[in-house]
Design a binder for this molecule. Structure first.
Ligand code: 9G3
Length: 570
């Protein structure tokens, strides 16, 4: 492609409404443009990267034995009513009516439509295992679309669905997808972790998220520094605390703490560590108030709490309820003398002589001891793990914290959809059974955005070779110089012949601005063609990421570039 004939509308200024670097750079480098909130045009350069990610995904899905299909964006309401999700989802599900007043939604995911295919066409165990996938535009009417392609309303997703005759088959399908996903993100050149994820109501370890590591990532994840354990913080566990060291309990003591409400305020006021306090949070779980105790420096994990309580609705109590339950304004709740249910995190059991709220205005209590002064009805893992917690799976490992962008998710579904929609088959013994399902998603645009979050510098994007829109840019320093033009054109043709994706910068612009554009759009390799080099028979080959320059004979340049491209994708 010749730059002069191409369409790369770059921007000098960083757009004001772009909060994260990938969104800023996608706009500045002319990859995308906003059409409406959370809805984007993919411009030529952006689409090239999208297509490269899709090609890798397709190749690995095909290799894993999945079959490509394409389902409609317009989904009839009837299918969603059968699964029960027409009622379950609110405005995020974008609904519309056709000219006959029949109800539809824009597909936000395709469990219903794919299950309908299978229930109509699959009758015998002999037709499985089956794995169907598509790469398709989805729509979810997010309340607050932001971050460009990271959280758009309209977005491209690869979604796959596996169908098996039993649980063992479903697990084999899951493992195959897990391995395919590892290969996909490795081939994209991304630094990622596959982490255990909260699988909601579905039990077992059959939900993994694929997280691209980036400081700007929305998800907190942990991994063990000594074994393979890795999990989303929503799910991560720490090794439970051992028996506490002996410590003589001291007598309970009142202490006046005027206006000191938060753990931070109370511990500073009393000159103690936050870990020497216990915080008491009042929640309402399915209408019932419950007090939740945590060590002062620990953070509650609401997902763990709702699972432990078996609650479908969980919210912090409002001020009125807190003062009714504790006889005190917010900020002075404590476990001693409460008449509601009290549950505590495992770390609270081993605490001795700690500070707790006094259930009266401006009052705390010192030297509180679990077992003596208060007895929770249940101890459970309720907190988020922290850096340096011990690994729950191995001896001696400690947990490290990372931030990540979720680019893929694999789930075991079981028979949730096949039962609701009556997708059954006749097994080996002629008995009717429901199919076992799994579902597997990759955000295509989000993968491109995450690649930028992880690979950029002050000059712009640094694409991993495998998903770069072009692999090399050949920059003519002076396109009006006959020898420069001839040499650059010959190299361009030769590179194309070797199958290299090459962009020829033939524009009549200053060298500095051409280099700046090449850096901004993130092409991994750059060959500079100037009159001096042409005269000496030697050109400069520069790497975008390291800035390292090699001098290469003109005759050897195309082969040298092709070899670097090959190695970078290997
Ligand atoms: C909806 C709406 C939003 C949704 C869903 C349904 C998320 C929904 C979860 C999934 C699960 C898997 C197949 C590919 C892999 C992920 N947001 N999810 O089901 F109606 Cl409005 O999409 N689906």
């Amino acid at each position: 492609m010749r730059y002069s004939q191409y369409f790369i509308p770059t921007l000098k200024e960083t757009p004001a409404d772009a909060e994260i670097i990938s969104h800023q750079l996608m706009l500045r480098a002319g990859l995308i443009r906003k059409v409406a909130s959370g809805i984007y045009n993919y411009l030529p350069l952006g689409l090239r990267t999208i297509r490269k990610v899709e090609a890798i995904v397709r190749a690995e899905m095909d290799r894993a034995g999945a079959l490509e299909i394409l389902m409609p964006m317009a989904n009839p309401a009837e299918l969603w009513q059968e699964s029960g999700r027409w009622e379950k989802y609110g405005k995020e599900l974008l609904r519309f009516k056709d000219r006959k007043e029949a109800e539809f939604c824009m597909g936000p995911t395709h469990e219903e439509v794919v299950t309908d295919i299978v229930r109509r066409e699959v009758r015998s165990y002999r037709q499985m295992p089956l794995n169907l996938y598509q790469i398709q535009t989805k729509f979810r009417d997010e309340i607050r679309p932001r971050f460009g392609l990271m959280r758009g309303r309209e977005f491209i997703m690869k979604d796959a669905y596996s169908f098996d005759v039993n649980e063992a088959g479903a697990i084999a399908a899951y493992d195959k997808m897990y391995q395919a996903y590892r290969r996909i993100f490795e081939r994209c050149g991304l630094n990622f972790r596959a982490v255990e994820a909260d699988s909601g109501a579905i039990g077992g370890n059959y939900s993994h998220e694929f997280m691209v590591l980036a400081d700007s990532g929305e998800d907190a994840i942990v991994s063990c520094n000594s074994c393979q354990y890795a999990a989303n913080i929503e799910k991560a566990e720490a090794r439970p605390p051992g028996a506490p060291e002996h410590c003589d309990p001291r007598p309970l003591e009142k202490v006046v703490t005027p206006g000191q409400r938060s753990i931070e305020e109370v511990s500073t006021f009393l000159g103690i560590a936050a870990s020497e306090t216990v915080k008491c949070l009042i929640f309402v779980a399915d209408g019932e108030p419950v007090a939740v105790l945590l060590r002062g420096d620990h953070e509650l994990n609401e997902i763990k709490l709702s699972k432990v309580l078996g609650a479908s609705e969980l919210a912090l109590a409002d001020e009125a309820l807190v003062s009714k339950v504790t006889n005190a304004p917010v900020g002075f709740a404590g476990p001693i003398g409460l008449s509601i249910r009290v549950i505590a995190d495992l770390a609270v059991a081993g605490l001795r002589n700690v500070v707790v709220g006094g259930n009266a205005a401006d009052l705390h209590l010192k030297n509180a001891n679990p077992g003596r002064d208060f007895t929770p009805s249940l101890y459970a893992d309720l907190r988020n793990v922290v850096h340096d917690d011990l690994c729950p799976r191995c001896q001696g490992g400690v947990l490290e914290m990372w931030r990540g962008v979720e680019v893929g998710h694999v789930f075991k579904l079981g028979t949730r959809y096949s039962e609701a929609m009556k997708a059954s088959f006749l097994d080996n013994d002629g008995k009717e059974q429901f199919v076992y399902m799994g579902c597997y998603g990759i955000g295509i645009g989000r993968t491109a955005a995450a690649a930028i979050e992880q690979n950029h510098d002050a000059g712009g994007i640094i694409w991993p070779m495998a998903i770069a829109p072009f692999e090399v840019i050949v920059t003519m320093l002076n396109p009006n110089d006959e020898s420069v033009r001839t040499t650059a054109e010959a190299l361009y043709t030769e590179l194309q012949g070797l199958g290299v994706d090459v962009l020829l910068d033939d524009r009549d612009e200053r060298a500095g601005s051409k280099f700046a554009d090449a850096d901004l759009i993130g092409i991994p390799l750059r060959v500079t063609v100037g009159a001096r080099g042409v005269k000496d028979g030697i050109l400069e080959l520069q790497e975008r990421r390291s800035g390292e320059k090699d001098l290469v004979a003109i005759a050897a340049m195309a082969a040298a570039v092709a070899e670097k491209v090959r190695l970078a994708k290997a």
